[in-house]
Design a protein around this ligand. Structure first.
Ligand code: PHE
Ligand code: NA
Length: 450
């Protein structure tokens, strides 16, 4: 991005914008979170609900966020204040800034794990199966008090540094090379993982639905939350990125590319992880460590496993970094405008606070092991549940209603680049009726509100 008028930045090109949005979307959500949430929720039937959430709720709301951001040219909160002054829609922006704090606080912890694994592979610490196995190694590491905090700190320092210096353009450029590399690597690893003997079980688990799973109402909320989390949706990250966009860029194509790429990444990551899960006899529902326990097992079986381990965890950490930057940017952009802080001051203070908020999340795997909320197993899951399953869909609901009902339809169609077309009108219908109704139904059933 470059400073055009000294106050607000702009992407230099349409490509820069799409790359940034893709960089935000593709991250730990596709590999770490997608695999363990799919595993916990029974596989194929969950996957189907997840895909429906993306198509009927996610995609229309991505377009809604892009449209709001580009029109308003402001941050998650300011955009609503500008387009609908004095109206309650701004609640979506406020929830968004809160979500950015909560999500980045635990995202930094898990990204820290990824950086740690990268360094372990680099120094050859995982070249042989550890005495207590890869799961013993993982649990030993995350339950330690200081070690994970150090890596979380390091990761957050990188994230803050990038937002501080404003070298996001550098990240987009790097992503242009690193994201395709990660894609190729995940495909190669999926191919290899299929040869380990668990391919049949994995394909059945992922693609042949056990419909009885659908009787469990938690599955719908989990799928909805995963869709919002993975698409970076419902908290104004895409409003903020859209706001750095000039008028001449077309939005619908960008929205479709982001959703498609993110979903492909997740499904292929599933094809990488689950064959190995079944080959090694790991329980698919074993929780948040699934990827960190399974992948080292894959590398352990491979010729040149250390090289694959180094490459994989490096690329995963880089993907996490571009997502973390977008999370921090939501909060920083708001504080810069609202309190007239400099970018440097805002990055340091907000980034520092988010790191501190993440400290208990990290310790929740060890000394704070007994503490949790909302019926979740630990603190990371508690943070994650509140932000991803409640705040993001709620923010998305408000955004859909705002664009669907709170804004003049003719203007929305024009601002979205759809124009008065069949596709545009379908989009409006999804925003007005379908997405809000589905989100409400999932909330009501999944949270047992009635
Ligand atoms: N979408 C990112 C991922 O899948 C996480 C994220 C969520 C980023 C919300 C920004 C906003 O890893
Ligand atoms: Na994602």
């Amino acid at each position: 991005m470059s400073q055009l008028d000294g106050s607000r930045e702009q992407w230099n090109s349409r490509l820069g914008f799409i790359l940034a949005a893709m960089g935000s979307a593709v991250g730990l959500g596709n590999i770490w979170r997608f695999s363990y949430v799919t595993g916990e929720n029974g596989g194929a039937a969950f996957l189907l609900i997840y895909l429906l959430c993306i198509l009927l709720i996610g995609l229309p709301i991505i377009m809604a966020e892009f449209t709001i951001g580009r029109r308003a040219q402001s941050d998650a909160v300011g955009s609503f204040e500008k387009l609908a002054p004095g109206k309650p829609w701004v609640l979506a922006g406020i929830l968004g800034v809160a979500s950015a704090f909560i999500i980045l606080s635990f995202y930094g912890v898990v990204a820290g794990w990824s950086v740690f694994y990268f360094v372990q592979y680099l120094i050859g610490g995982l070249n042989a199966s550890p005495a207590d196995g890869f799961d013993g190694f993982f649990v030993g590491f995350i339950s330690n008090s200081w070690q994970p905090l150090i890596w979380q700190f390091l990761f957050m320092a990188f994230t803050i540094g990038i937002v501080f210096v404003g070298v996001k353009k550098g990240i987009e450029r790097a992503n242009k090379i690193l994201m395709p590399l990660l894609a190729i690597l995940v495909i190669v690893l999926a191919g290899y993982s299929m040869t380990l003997g668990g391919a049949q079980d994995a394909l059945a688990f992922l693609f042949s639905p056990d419909w009885s799973v659908l009787g469990d109402l938690d599955v719908y909320l989990a799928a909805l939350g995963q869709a919002f989390f993975s698409l970076s949706l419902g908290m104004g990250a895409l409003i903020t990125y859209g706001s750095y966009l000039k008028k001449e860029h077309k939005l619908p194509g960008a929205a479709a590319s982001v959703a498609t790429l993110d979903t492909l990444f997740a499904v292929i990551a599933g094809l990488m992880i689950f064959p190995a899960v079944f080959a090694f006899g790991i329980d698919p529902g074993s929780g948040a460590g699934l990827a960190f326990i399974t992948l080292p097992g894959i590398f352990d079986n491979m010729a040149l496993g250390q090289m694959y381990g180094i490459l994989f965890f490096f690329l995963l950490s880089a993907a996490a970094l571009s997502s973390a930057v977008s999370l921090l940017e939501v909060a920083v952009a708001y504080f810069i405008r609202k309190f007239d802080w400099s970018r440097k001051k805002a990055s340091l203070i907000i980034g520092g606070l988010i790191f501190l908020l993440g400290v208990p999340a990290s310790l929740g795997n060890g000394v704070l092991g007994g503490v949790s909320f909302f019926g979740q197993p630990d603190l990371i899951d508690s943070y994650d549940f509140l932000a991803s399953n409640i705040f993001l869909p709620l923010g998305g609901l408000i955004i859909a209603l705002f664009v669907g009902w709170g804004w003049k339809k003719a203007e929305v169609l024009k601002e979205s680049d759809f124009g008065n077309t069949g596709l545009g009108n379908t989009w409006i219908f999804l925003l007005r009726i379908v997405a809000p109704a589905l989100i409400l139904i999932v909330f009501i059933t999944g949270l047992g509100i009635f």
